[in-house]
Design a protein around this ligand. Structure first.
Ligand SMILES: Nc1ncnc2c1ncn2[C@@H]1O[C@H](COP(=O)(O)OP(=O)(O)OP(=O)(O)O)[C@@H](O)[C@H]1O
Ligand SMILES: [Mg+2]
Length: 305
């Protein structure tokens, strides 16, 4: 492995931090963005009108409410975003835009309060100890959801899983590292020719194991939420990830295993979802376990393309 390459499976990552049971409580009280939206001073109003006129936001005029524009305004004021670029994706619940951050390109994920399938979100939030006491207000649920994605990204990253670095969260807007570049984007695993499926599979398996040891289950893992850039696999879309204490955590993990096994099965590997599940949930290996083995094989890099 060359010096400048990122070691996907850093054996030191996540060690000694006592993952598993801890959880951070999440505050959903009134945000600065809400106050900005209420006050509607001249500068905010100008900002909002400018953004509404910008080509890439035109379609969203009816969708983004004032509080969302206020969240974007706050992120600009705080220096996390300097300029907004084009849309990367318009999903069921969120729009992702590329943007110019402080010193690099960033991805801005905006959850649409109105479009959000509120009941679906509740299913994931209820039973997660981090979200006890979240009321039934739709805005609060979406806000909790966005904070949850930020917290999940932080926790996954600390556990040595390659995810976009979370940068800032404001209300229903999440700013994170853009994987790849504005003019050369990362692609979904589903869109690329996987040239070394065995290695790619082992990397995904190790990520799932690390997530699990960090007390998390992704809950929507598939070739659509794994992106790849320069041979490096990155796990995205952790909004729905739950802690292992969630009553449906096991069901979600089994589904993740099935999705991953099916995808790699199509790539010609014989992967049994139950074996994958066992390997993800098995107790931490003693000295010299799977990480060392994988490390020796230069896993992760050049897995595809
Ligand atoms: N940090 C990032 N860097 C580069 N591309 C990203 C990043 N985050 C998201 N994307 C792109 O945007 C798409 C949508 O992101 P994500 O899956 O997080 O949102 P989503 O609303 O859940 O979308 P969907 O409903 O399609 O699953 C991804 O498939 C990916 O192509
Ligand atoms: Mg997705």
């Amino acid at each position: 492995m060359a010096d400048d390459e990122i070691d996907l499976l850093d054996p030191e990552a996540g060690e000694g931090e006592g993952f598993g049971d801890e959880w951070e409580s999440i505050d959903v009280s009134d945000t600065e963005a809400d106050r900005i939206a209420r006050k509607r001073d001249r500068k905010f109003t100008q900002f909002r009108e400018r953004l509404k006129d910008a080509d890439q936001f035109k379609v969203e005029q009816a969708v983004f409410d004032d509080a969302t524009f206020a969240a974007l305004y706050k992120l600009v004021q705080d220096g996390y975003v300097d300029a907004f670029g084009g849309p990367i994706s318009t999903g069921k619940e969120a729009n992702v835009y590329e943007a110019l951050g402080d010193d690099r390109d960033v991805a801005v994920k905006i959850y649409r309060i109105n479009a959000s399938d509120f009941r679906h979100m509740r299913d994931y939030l209820d039973g997660d100890p981090r979200f006890e006491g979240i009321g039934s207000d739709k805005g609060q649920v979406v806000l909790a959801w966005t904070r949850k994605e930020f917290a999940n990204l932080s926790r996954a990253r600390a556990a040595g899983v390659r995810v976009p670095e979370p940068i800032a969260v404001e209300r229903n807007v999440l700013v994170m590292e853009l994987v790849g570049h504005a003019d050369d984007r990362a692609r979904r695993l589903a869109e690329v020719q996987v040239e070394n499926p065995q290695t790619a599979y082992e990397v995904v398996c190790e990520y799932m194991r690390r997530l699990h040891r960090a007390g998390l289950v992704h809950g929507d893992l598939s070739e659509y939420n794994l992106i790849i850039y320069e041979g490096e696999l990155v796990v995205i879309d952790l909004g729905q990830a739950v802690t292992v204490h969630h009553r449906n955590a096991d069901e979600f993990l089994r589904r993740d295993c099935r999705n991953v096994a099916t995808f790699f099965g199509r790539q010609g590997l014989a992967v049994d979802p139950d074996d994958l599940y066992e390997s993800v949930t098995e107790a931490e290996p003693q000295v010299g376990g799977t990480l060392d083995e994988l490390d020796g094989r230069d896993a992760g890099r050049n897995a595809t393309e």
